[in-house]
Design a protein around this ligand. Structure first.
Ligand code: ATP
Ligand code: FE2
Length: 326
């Protein structure tokens, strides 16, 4: 079975084509970059509307296929920005009707997590999903991905991006912050905000802004931000490993591209005798491949979705999804 997956929850519209063995046949995407400030939902949706069809054509061609070879259409049903979600869902419905093939909406967060498990030997990991809009520590139990800990306000990536906008680093700022942090030498005191298993980032953002406006260098602030928030994420991940009695970690989401985060989680895991698995870099940020793969998992395990149930859900939670394929 061959699935075409469409991603478009936020800044990136992407098409991935995958077969039921998990082989990636093509991967095409384009990212909306705001000229000023953060993502404007309507502008991002217009961007996706413009690019979704050409990208689809490109992905089908790159895979050496024709549209008649596609057996299933998957799309990200949420969570995400309303206008972006609706644009992508409309494209998915149109394709499904035009080709007379089934349609499967998938949860964007679960898709990030599942692509992290594809192609490695992890069996029952704790997953640290750190991206722009989401930050969750997840583990599987009794048919659901349970959220052990999560952000109580903004996602860690959004926090970095907001800091970046303020510091004039452009959108999105994670990679620039990682580079600048390497030149930082002084650890500036920032509020370390772990409450039970949950984390919060907006207080840290405010404190970091104040520090930057007073006497701290940008390099020191990037370094201090990373050290503080990645230590928080590592602490909660470690506690989840201990409580859930697991010994594997899978990293997911765009912020997991950061080598400092990966190093911190890896050294924590090493001390506990746990193994860390990281998906290829290109599948950490938003992409159509993870949506196609999740669509295949759901469909392959017997899930079906009627057209009238394909409404998008901006607040679609990870732990609402029935994980019928495990
Ligand atoms: P969500 O998955 O919550 O809907 P998203 O779709 O915006 O959010 P991704 O595409 O998975 O998230 O990741 C984008 C985020 O990853 C941005 O916030 C970006 O700054 C961050 N990011 C990318 N590379 C790095 C890096 N090297 N270091 C830190 N953050 C990074
Ligand atoms: Fe994402």
């Amino acid at each position: 079975m061959i699935c075409l997956g469409i991603e478009g929850t936020a800044h990136t519209v992407g098409i991935g084509i995958v077969d039921s063995t998990g082989k990636v046949l093509s991967d095409a995407s384009d990212m909306y970059r705001p000229t000023k400030g953060g993502i404007h939902p309507r502008e991002a949706a217009n961007h996706h509307a413009e690019f979704v069809t050409p990208l689809m054509d490109k992905a089908v061609k790159d895979a050496g296929l024709s549209y008649a070879d596609i057996d299933l259409v998957a799309f990200s049903q949420g969570p995400g920005l309303g206008p972006c979600l609706r644009t992508v869902a409309t494209a998915a419905r149109a394709l499904s009707i035009a080709l007379s093939i089934p349609l499967m909406g998938v949860n964007h967060c679960v898709a990030h997590v599942e692509i992290g498990r594809l192609g490695n030997d992890s069996k029952d990991p704790v997953m640290l999903y750190a991206s722009g809009g989401n930050t969750q520590v997840i583990a599987y139990s009794k048919g659901r991905y349970r959220v052990f800990g999560e952000t109580m306000d903004i996602g860690v990536g959004n926090m970095l991006d907001k800091f970046g906008i303020m510091a004039g680093l452009g959108f999105y700022a994670g990679p620039r912050i990682e580079e600048l942090a390497k030149k930082g030498t002084r650890l500036v005191d920032l509020p370390y905000s772990v409450k039970g298993m949950d984390v919060a980032f907006s207080g840290i953002l405010t404190a970091a802004k104040h520090q930057l406006e007073s006497d701290s260098s940008l390099e020191d602030m990037c370094f201090s931000l990373q050290e503080t928030v990645f230590a928080m994420l590592t602490e909660v991940t470690e506690r989840a490993l201990a409580q859930a009695e697991k010994n594997e970690v899978v990293l997911a989401g765009g912020v997991a591209r950061n080598r400092r985060l990966s190093d911190m989680v890896s050294s924590m895991a090493k001390e506990r005798g746990a193994t860390v698995y990281e998906p290829p870099f290109k599948y950490l940020v938003d992409n159509g491949v993870m949506i196609a793969w999740n669509g295949l998992l759901a469909y392959g395990s017997g899930q079906r979705m009627e057209l009238q149930n394909t409404k998008v859900n901006q607040r679609y939670r990870t732990d609402l999804v029935d994980i019928t394929w495990r």
